[in-house]
Write a protein that binds this ligand. Sequence first.
Ligand SMILES: [Zn+2]
Length: 273
Amino acid sequence: MKIHHLNCGSFCPLSHPIVNRAIPELDRLNLVCHCLLIESPQGLILVDTGLGLEDIRNQERLISNFIFNKIAKPKLDLEETAFMQILRLGFNPKDVRHIIVSHFDADHIGGINDFPEATVHVLKEEWEAALHPKDAREKARYKGLRWKNNNKIKTYETIGDDWNGFCKVQNLEDIDPSIYFIALPGHTRGHAGVYIENKKNLFFTGDAYLLESQVLSEKYPVPLKLYEKITHVHLDQAYATLAKLRDVKSNNPELDMFSSHDRELFIKMMDLK
Ligand SMILES: [Zn+2]
């Protein structure tokens, strides 16, 4: 399988010069939206979509989301959308057969509408959260309904803890069994990573952590702890997930494990390709 690493949305969160001078860690927080395009025997598979064409053309969609727009400060460049990058790679966007979704935050699913022929694969808890948000936080998160479209949705139950203490969800419909979900709850109810067994195994961890420093040590900059408090729906669950991911990383130092938004990890993966 050939795997392409795509940045489908650049962000410059909290990029106020005074704030950045006071907290130097923030100055380095130029983020990406790391997505994968997999050339598989079953056709093209996207892992997350990043921002979509409509997010760029109709920026009202994002402006209505105050936290996302003011704090994440998306660059909103049409050329960064998965759709445009897939064209530039010489593929037809209609050949994207599947989209595997880590979770339903705007910056991860904005492009679903650009691939109406694709089946969307998501953990059942995440689908339930998006359809029936329980509290104000979930309601704010899933509003906008940008994922309400005609795509076929395939949901999966999470049962057991058969993979390093995490639940592994394999045999996704019409997808090679070497590509599977690892449930990583906390950021959202049904947040998941995606594991790909290939010549070199890849573990995409979505928003379970923002920067690699969080998974390398329990000591990481205070602004990242603040980010966790703002963005994780279930903080205790997110910390438990992060602790287990630290074990996975320390027990498998060679594993290519990367989050959605860490620019350094994105550049590293591009270089390894
Ligand atoms: Zn995100």
